[in-house]
Design a protein around this ligand. Structure first.
Ligand SMILES: [Zn+2]
Length: 244
């Protein structure tokens, strides 16, 4: 009998990101909410598609560009049909594409609210010694992983951190190599740039080769190395830095 209880969490973000736009009707920076409707404009062979947003206060509209001056042949008929019929799933996917939204608007408000649907995959809670969680994320969310785990498991974030430090909380080796580390670094860089920082420094161990690879790829340079003794072994600590 397995001593591990396996549970799947289907995580669905609840509120789509809202761009903050200077509303030319009611004045001032206002949050705009996704209407779920596309605007498709065909001009000869060229197609423009926008997702329409509305000011939460005055209903004024703003268009989030999805396709601009796109050749009609490059859009699959099924996709065009989905756009023209305001397919809710398609609108939702674009509404949660915060990277594309940030490319068009300087300020975007994100919401950490998620709904978590839990399903038992195997094992018995009564006899379990370990919990294996499979996290399925429907859309990107700004909710931090530690907040999600602490909230749903009903334990404090400091307890969670202690579990991680003692390596009682681990990422399954099968889930490594999916680019989560790279995304985290990209997100940190974006945040630091937005916040006006001019450089970033980070610290790692020489043996953490995949982490080093990510930093190197992200433009960091190794500027210092220092041997130290931790976790019962001799290690080399490294300092990496890059301009933003
Ligand atoms: Zn307005």
């Amino acid at each position: 009998m397995s001593s591990t209880v396996r549970i799947h969490w289907a995580i669905a973000p609840q509120i789509a990101p809202q761009p903050l736009i200077n509303c030319n009707r009611c004045g001032g920076a206002k949050a705009y909410r996704c209407s779920g409707k596309f605007r498709v404009n065909a001009n000869g062979k060229r197609i423009d598609v926008w997702l329409i947003y509305r000011c939460v206060d005055c209903d004024n509209s703003w268009n989030f560009g999805i396709f601009e001056r796109c050749n009609r042949r490059d859009i699959e008929p099924a996709l065009l049909q989905a756009l023209e019929s305001n397919d809710p799933g398609l609108a939702r996917r674009h509404a949660f594409d915060v990277v594309a939204l940030r490319n068009q608007v300087a300020r975007v408000e994100e919401f950490p609210n998620v709904a978590v649907d839990k399903r038992l995959l195997g094992g018995a809670r009564e006899t379990a010694l370990a919990l294996e969680l499979q996290l399925g994320l429907e859309m990107p969310t700004s909710l931090r992983l530690d907040r999600l785990l602490a909230g749903e498991l009903g334990i404090s974030r400091s307890r969670l951190q202690a579990l991680e430090e003692r390596r009682l909380l681990i990422v399954d080796p099968k889930a490594r190599g999916l680019g989560l580390g790279k995304r985290l670094v990209d997100e940190c860089l974006r945040f630091a740039r937005d916040a006006g920082y001019s450089s970033m420094t980070l610290w790692t161990q020489s043996i953490l080769t995949s982490a080093r690879g990510i930093y190197q790829h992200a433009g960091f340079k190794l500027i210092a190395e220092e041997p130290h003794h931790s976790f019962g072994v001799d290690l080399v600590g490294e300092t990496w830095e890059r301009d933003l």
